[in-house]
Every structure is written in C-alpha cells, then in structure tokens.
Write a protein that binds this ligand. Sequence first.
Ligand code: PMP
Length: 306
Amino acid sequence: DEMDVDTIWMDGEFVDWDEAQIHVLTHGLHYGSGVFEGARCYDTAQGPAIFRWEEHLERLYQSAKPYEMEIDHTVEELTEATIELIRRQELPSCYIRPIAFYGYDSLGVSPRNCPTKTAIAVWPWGAYLGEEAIERGIDVMISSWRKHASSQIPTNAKTTGLYVNSMLAGEEARRNGYAEAIVLNKEGNVAEGPGENIFLVRDGEIYTPGLSESILDGITRDTVITLAEDLGYTVHDNVSISRGELNTADELFFTGSAAEVTPIRKVDNVVVGDGSRGPITEEVQSRFFEVVERETDEYDEWFTYV
Ligand code: PMP
C-alpha cells in the first residue's frame, strides 16, 4: 500500500488501510477541528521502542481541551492499539500519527453533536528533512508569514487547523529554494519552524524561545534541554530571541519528533557560524541519537518497548 502498511486503527478497531475512510462532511475537514500527535518508534537492540509516548499522549489529551473534545479512548487503549499496529506490521522503526477530530453532524461551526473520531496510523519514515540534513545542516528562510499569536489560537495545542500556517511558511521557503522556514511570532521575535522548535548557541550557552513566544511545547525541545543540561551546558529556555540574534549565533538547530536534531547552516543565505554543523549541535545531536537508539541505558523511563 501507499505507505507500506496495511492496517490502521480507527475508533477502536483495526481496519484495512484503504477502508480507513471518513465522510466528506466531517467537521474536522471543514473547520480544522482535529488534534494530533507525531511520535517516533526507534529500532533498538531491545526491539522497537517508542520515544516519550506518554508525553505525546498527554499532549494529545491536553490539545483536545480548549476544543472541549472528549477522546473516548484511554491511554491504555491507545497504547495497546499502537503497539499492536507496530507488531502486526513488523516495523522495526516507524513514525506514529494519532489523531482525534470532530466527525459529521450538521456542519454548523458548533461541534456539539459531532462524534469524536480517533485514529492511529504508523508507517516507516526516515529523516524528515533528509539524511544529509542531519549531518550537513539545512538552509532556511525567515518566512514572510507570522505565527498565530497564542491570544488568537492556542499555539500550545497541536491542532490540525494550525498547520495551514506551517504549510504556507514551509512551501514559501521551498518555492524559494530553501529546505525549511523559521517563523517569527506576532511580536517579530523568533518562534519556531513550521514543525520544529529552534535552538541557538552563543558563547557556549544554549538558548531557545520560551513557552510564551507562541510555540508548541515540543517534546524534543524538552528532551534536548534535559540532555544538554545533563552534558553540563547552561540552557536558557525562557527567553525571547530577536531576529538579529539569528545572524550573530554561533550555531542554530531545529528539533522535532520528525526533524529530530537538524542543524541550520544558513538563514536567508547568511551563513551561521562557519556554515557547517557546529560542535555543540553535534554533541547534543549525537547524544540524542545515542539515547533514542538505546546505546545507553540512561533515560530508560522515556521508552515504551513494543
Ligand atoms: N513546533 C511545531 C509547530 C510542531 O509541529 C512540532 C512537531 N510536533 C514541534 C514544534 C516539535 O515538537 P515535538 O518535538 O514534540 O515533535
């Protein structure tokens, strides 16, 4: 099948890939009223291991709250379903996409009578921005589009509708020959990428925009803060970063469940540092891969083994 998988879990049942369908008058399709997650399961010596699954599910339920969406399935059910999907399809590693959304009722904007639909798909997915990006870094542009302000829409919820903004920014960047975008917030400070958080290194210390900067509270962001601090670095995770600081940074990198740890080598064609993966980025990145591939037994509490 399209994604090399044959089964999807939907509303409590395992269904064939091509039968996992919904009605065209689904509320979530018309109004973007869905919440979702993106997690990774890594190939390790102890078998497939889902990275920070509990935190991803926690964020899924939290994302649903502003929309008064009741996900009718427990953490245990969603976990069992996911493990079963990975086992059945014998995937050594994969990306995991849970989604919950309002289904069909009358198509008024109010979803009051809409059922909440829930689905989980898993599929093999390599490096989000390419293998080469992990090593050599990527060229990014500062988007002409701004992030939604957190006063306009909850930016700490992973809502499907939010991602048209990510699409605009990402496609604008790719149309202009860049791999990805950096999106500024309404105040004009650095927020994040379309699907990544951003980190800056200057004078041996690490900086990342604070949670009040209209960003998603990224799980990889949290992971990298923890790993960097445990490596002995000072991490400033509650700061505003101005656009100009991108140019004076020694190193920049993106983080995300899909993007993992991806160095940034140019911003708007201005070289960052010496234009290659910086030494602190490399250290944090290699620690990240060592941890997710379970080459260390530290941080074992972050893993759900399949
Ligand atoms: N910001 C946005 C807008 C995202 O979509 C993502 C990907 N979920 C991230 C940041 C990174 O979050 P995480 O590390 O939890 O994947």
